[in-house]
Design a protein around this ligand. Structure first.
Ligand code: UDP
Ligand code: MG
Length: 332
């Protein structure tokens, strides 16, 4: 795609949105690295740290940090809502002309933001970090992530960039559009691809977590993948239709064959071995029963989402904020 880019200067205010869930061991490192990094940035900064219902001392660390540093703003959610929602809460409060979303564990090196800002000045609205290497992650995580991104490109959006997470810089106009999408089941990268705007990657090496362990166990990853697939594409529904057609087709021929054999045996009284067809029946029952259940399951996923959305609940509940006014919040 060809973009019409207009050069601009650095954002007057840059918001860094960082979700934190049980990150007490990470926060001292984050604080040190960010403090020295922010000194080198030419722009005004606000740090929006979202406590996503941590059960450790994360919130105490965050509140103390906000007392020491006026740039630090804390939003504490009333419970654990999950990474994608925590980021959404942060984006709702961000007042910067551009926003950077990054993880607390320093897997996304803050220094990449220099390059992101360079692209922002060139006129890009979305600058996403694309990984060229991952260190400190198991082969299992690497393989599942590899497969995940390829599958999602098919299911979610053809413009979904490969090998990039939520680490990205977003301009104000794109953020406003993104904040307008209030669906419950959120897959921010896909929503961002759907919105469009001029986008470009910056390449970086994804470091290992500085401390603690991943807050994204397999179960949460599968949930995210499911959200991505089902919230964005009717393809799984079509898959169940296709499956139904194939099974019906096979069933038709097996049935026709059984009738033909019965005809030979009873009407023509041909001397053929005619067994009562136990195997056929069992096979057919399994095939048809299985495909019906799969189809109902897929249908159920969509209906569950309609149910969730029809409740029209807020995406998250804020317990309290520090260093920022509640009125900054975009969606109540
Ligand atoms: N996180 C969150 N809520 C959750 C899970 C994770 O806010 O329910 C945050 C976490 O604190 C971190 C970021 O999301 O800042 C990414 O999580 P993590 O590093 O554990 O994921 P991974 O990098 O292993 O995929
Ligand atoms: Mg991480």
């Amino acid at each position: 795609m060809k973009y019409f880019l207009e050069k601009r200067s650095n954002p007057k205010l840059l918001s860094l949105v960082i979700p934190c869930y049980n990150e007490e061991s990470v926060l001292p490192h984050l604080k040190e690295r960010l403090t020295s990094f922010l000194g080198k940035l030419q722009t005004k900064i606000e740090l929006i740290l979202v406590n996503d219902g941590s059960v450790d001392n994360t919130i105490f660390e965050l509140v103390n940090w906000s007392k020491e540093d006026k740039r630090v703003k804390v939003i504490s959610l009333s419970r654990n809502f999950g990474h994608q929602i925590a980021v959404t809460a942060g984006m709702d409060y961000a007042s910067g002309e551009a926003v950077v979303i990054m993880d607390a564990d320093l897997q996304d090196p803050p220094e990449v933001i220099f390059e992101m800002l360079e692209k922002y000045r060139e006129g890009y609205d979305v600058v996403y970090g694309q990984r060229i290497a991952r260190s400190g992650e198991s082969w299992f995580k690497k393989i599942t992530a590899w497969a995940f991104y390829r599958l999602m490109k098919i299911l979610v959006h053809k413009d979904l960039p490969l090998d990039s997470g939520d680490f990205r810089l977003i301009s104000r106009r794109c953020l406003d559009a993104l904040n307008g999408l209030r669906e419950n089941h959120r897959f921010l990268r896909g929503m961002n691809a759907w919105i469009g705007f001029p986008q470009t990657p910056v390449f970086y090496k994804r470091d290992a977590r500085v401390a603690g362990e991943t807050k994204y166990p397999l179960q949460k990853m599968l949930k995210l993948a499911m959200n991505a697939a089902v919230s964005f594409s009717p393809l799984p529904l079509r898959f169940s239709l296709a499956l139904g057609i194939i099974v019906a087709f096979v069933g038709f021929f097996v049935g026709a064959y059984a009738l033909f054999r019965a005809f030979q045996h009873f009407i023509l009284e041909m001397p053929i071995v005619y067994n009562p067809g136990w195997a056929t029946i069992v096979t057919l029952i399994c095939l048809i029963g299985g495909s019906i259940l799969i189809s109902i399951g897929i249908l159920g996923e969509y209906i569950a989402r309609i149910f969730e959305e029809s409740k029209n609940r807020p995406l998250y509940v804020v317990e309290f904020v520090k260093g920022i006014s509640e009125s900054k919040r975009l969606h109540k």
